[in-house]
Write a protein that binds this ligand. Structure first.
Ligand SMILES: C[S@@+](CC[C@H](N)C(=O)[O-])C[C@H]1O[C@@H](n2cnc3c(N)ncnc32)[C@H](O)[C@@H]1O
Length: 368
């Protein structure tokens, strides 16, 4: 799979085209989603495998567990994806291994579990959490957009179940130094994969005002995108914005909101941080590439599930499943996305915006 060349314009499935406004080599537009252009490291291309590592979980004596991260919609995932003994299961976002542990219990020693993650730190956590499970496990440092290459390296022609639980984990948000959250003052980084070359600081300090506005508006539907972009741009005259605290402060000042006297339920900088994180990690473009590949590596009758946390991602998944269903490749299991129960929402705030969509790879015998 070749990574997208710099400067190309590709459309999110079913999303109406709008040419990029502004012309900065840092950005390209995927439909209405903006992300860095031409800066995705060539090392992530599978041709340079030396930058990858494939870890086999060996430590039988590890404590296991998912190290404090609570997997969202776990019962619903197991129910709809229905992993069975002996299945090959792909966890495309293994994270702390929460969903993976539950898959492992279902598939047993005859099964095989493959876990991908763009973040090598997450893989280390998953390695410990999955140390004592029965199935054979392969953990691979990879973006899920490169799933086909990962599977082909392992010699796996198809999988019975695949799950992508999108976005960042609570551990990543809580690791203040990663720069994902305004809750900690830290360098404005936001890269899940340290090999990526463009940080949030690069975008904030180098994009034009118009491009910044586009990133905020199209990635996170920030209604005050122009006002925030203008404030960031103005601030740059007096100095670069290189920390999470400074960015949050600039946003709050632009919106005339004191974050301590909350007028709204969410921090005023929430959407700004989300939009930048999506751009830095090319989240929607990666999701689209993953969804494009899925019908090729899903066995007939195999199931795909995607858990998304905001409307842009959910729309990409919904439109992809619908398109494949129209092509006769999928049967949609979830006509409407599955959301968390009240009990889960109360106990795990991260689940509140979670939406699960599931589809089955058609067998060819399907009459519907
Ligand atoms: C929400 S967490 C997954 C949690 C996991 N399901 C569990 O139960 O522990 C999302 C994980 O996906 C990873 N991730 C996000 N986008 C990715 C991508 N495009 N490719 C690979 N990993 C990705 C993040 O680094 C993070 O570790």
């Amino acid at each position: 799979m070749s990574l997208r060349a710099a400067g190309t314009l590709r459309l999110a499935s079913g999303v109406k085209s709008s040419p990029p406004e502004g012309n900065n080599s840092l950005l390209e537009s995927y439909g209405k989603v903006w992300c860095p252009s031409g800066e995705y490291p060539r090392e992530l291309n599978f041709a340079a495998r030396s930058r990858w590592y494939i870890g086999r979980v060996m430590d039988e004596n590890s404590q296991g567990g998912s190290l404090g991260h609570t997997p969202v919609l776990l019962d619903e995932v197991l129910d709809r994806l229905d992993p069975r003994p002996g299945d090959v299961v792909l966890d495309a976002t293994v994270g702390a291994g929460g969903h993976s542990r539950a898959f492992a219990e279902r598939i047993g020693a005859a099964g095989r579990l493959i876990g991908l993650d763009a973040d090598p730190t997450a893989l280390e956590i998953a390695r410990a959490a999955l140390a004592d499970i029965a199935p054979k496990v392969d953990l691979i440092h990879a973006n899920f957009s490169e799933v086909e290459e990962a599977l082909s390296t392992l010699g796996i022609p198809g999988v019975a179940v695949v799950l992508a639980d999108l976005g960042v984990s609570s551990m990543q948000l809580d690791a203040g130094e990663r720069g994902f959250s305004f809750r900690f003052d830290a360098p404005l980084d936001m890269r899940m994969d340290p090999r990526l070359r463009v940080t949030a600081s690069d975008l904030v300090n180098r994009l034009s005002e118009k491009e910044l506005g586009n990133v905020l508006y199209y990635n996170a539907q920030e209604h005050d995108a122009r006002r925030i972009a203008s404030a960031i741009y103005e601030h740059r005259r007096s100095g670069r914005i290189t920390t999470t605290a400074r960015l949050a402060e600039v946003v709050c000042r632009a919106l005339h909101v004191n974050p301590d006297s909350r007028r709204s339920k969410i921090h005023p900088a929430t959407r700004t941080f989300l939009a930048l994180r999506m751009a830095v990690n090319q989240e929607v473009a990666s999701l689209e590439r993953f969804l494009d590949a899925a019908p090729k590596f899903l066995q007939p009758g195999g199931r795909i599930g995607v858990i998304s946390f905001h409307s842009v991602e959910d729309k990409v998944v919904k439109l992809d499943f619908r398109k494949r269903a129209n092509e006769g490749l999928y049967k949609i299991v979830t006509k409407k996305p599955i959301v968390a129960s009240d009990m889960e929402r109360d106990s795990n705030p991260r689940s509140r915006s979670a939406k699960l969509r599931v589809a089955i790879r058609a067998t060819g015998d399907d009459t519907e």
